[in-house]
Design a protein around this ligand. Structure first.
Ligand code: 5GP
Ligand code: 5GP
Length: 218
């Protein structure tokens, strides 16, 4: 079959703060293999254009074939946990990310290299350690957004983007961090353009896992 080897300019490597996926108005469910670490988890590796637009769902005939990434699944369970409901093993999240985004970077990465690249980036960019090194601890406390951004930018040596959501008490909280990566999927770069994200307040919460918001542990 003919591949639409669509071009693109760079990737956003999006990581979500796992507790903030739960401590929000959207209900969350732990994956069937257990509660995720109090850490960032991968959301996705998203091909993008320099002007901020992006291709999506590029090759409907390139299926998500988990047998091709069976060696990566245990690492994905740990580093790419799904927090959506109903509780499931993650396949739905990974398959969604592959179909929507992964099929748009086939000019650079096949399915195995795509998931492997995301996992390698997660290992390379230890956001939690970077923040802790600067005294920014996930303890339910509040921090200046600028301090969080500066800490991460100092830690990785490149500009980034940050997205927030709203917790059950109405507080703006750190939700996602976007690191930019070149087309190869392996080198971090300054973000050519910062995504239009849900705006953070000047002061944001760095949430911990609660329990009252877990509506269905499956
Ligand atoms: P949200 O509205 O939560 O920021 O984004 C919803 C979804 O749209 C994301 O999970 C992602 O699939 C896609 N998306 C949002 N912004 C961008 C972007 O700047 N680049 C790409 N490639 N996808 C995006
Ligand atoms: P996006 O389109 O925003 O890249 O991907 C989000 C989609 O993946 C949504 O349909 C959402 O229901 C599903 N999903 C499954 N697990 C998760 C998760 O842990 N976080 C996010 N943001 N989306 C998830």
């Amino acid at each position: 079959t003919l591949l639409h080897a669509q071009d693109f300019d760079f990737f956003y490597f999006a990581q979500q703060w796992n507790p903030a996926s739960c401590d929000s108005k959207i209900k969350c469910c732990y994956p069937t293999n257990g509660k995720p670490a109090e850490d960032f988890g991968i959301h996705g590796l998203w091909p993008n254009y320099f002007n901020g637009s992006f291709p999506k769902s590029c090759n409907k005939n390139v299926r998500y074939d988990e047998t091709q990434i069976s060696d990566l699944i245990s690492s994905m369970q740990k580093n790419w946990p799904t927090l959506s409901c109903p509780s499931n093993n993650g396949t739905r999240f990974w398959s969604h990310e592959w179909k929507k985004h992964g099929t748009c970077s086939l000019s650079m990465l096949d399915i195995h290299s795509y998931f492997q690249a995301a996992l390698a980036l997660k290992e390379k960019v230890n956001l939690l350690q970077i923040l802790k090194n600067e005294g920014i601890q996930p303890n339910g406390g509040f921090y200046n957004l600028e301090a969080i951004k500066k800490a991460i930018e100092k830690g990785i040596g490149h500009t980034i983007g940050v997205e927030c959501n709203i917790d059950l008490n109405g507080n703006s909280q750190l939700y996602e961090v976007y690191v930019c990566v070149d087309k190869s999927g392996s080198n971090i770069i300054d973000c050519p353009i910062i995504p239009e994200t849900k705006i953070c307040n000047e002061i944001v919460e760095f949430a911990v896992f609660g329990s009252r918001n877990i509506l269905d542990e499956g």
